[in-house]
Ligand binder design. Sequence first.
Ligand SMILES: [Zn+2]
Length: 254
Amino acid sequence: MKIVYSDKLAARYPANPVESPDRVALPAKLLRECGYELVDFGPASIEDIARVHGREHIELVRKMGLYEPAALAAGGAITAAELALAGQPAFALLRPPGHHASANRAWGMCCFNSMAIAIKRVQPAARRALIIDIDLHYGDGTASIFRGDPDVKLVNPWAVDESFEYLNMDESRYLMQVEDAFLGFEPDIVAVSAGFDTYLQDWGGLLRLEDYHKIGRSIREGSKSCKGRRFALLEGGYHPDLKWCIKSFLEGFQ
Ligand SMILES: [Zn+2]
């Protein structure tokens, strides 16, 4: 299991205060201490970004002073996807998040859709992609980019803003949704939009550390149908326990 991380991700840029550099720097420190190998990377090219986003949106991100951090996050996503394709499972510690970015709009602290950029980059080699989005919030940007694409299956288990069912579910039903994501689809690669804001102490108030372990393990098991090709990208997650959530997820996912 490789951890995709760059010290450049800790740069300050105009952002909501909850989306702080510590969200990636502290997990990177912990995972390094735990013996994980960290892999550095560079930004995505304009060609990679333009495969997903329109020119006006790219210019808007540039005017907001967010092009460099957003292109860097997209580059980390590509690195994680390419490692997965080469048989090395990977987890990318990234910021800003990306799953609320569609082709021409973005909100929710997102700029470029790093997941979509990575999937489109590796699709010539891994055509059918299963994306499991475990963030608390519905990945509307990713859904909009891949809407109508029969080669991409996107599953958001009980996102809080997708279904009023959220308040009625428990962690075992959540896990069942993750397992069911693999039904009826044979992917060439499995990707996880790994947000941790469904955590018990975070906004979602539901999943415990051991649930993240189970989710990671379930996705690892499911990915055996595509030679274990799997990678995950950090999306949301704002509680100081974020590093423990990631560590627990990785213990199952690796
Ligand atoms: Zn979220």
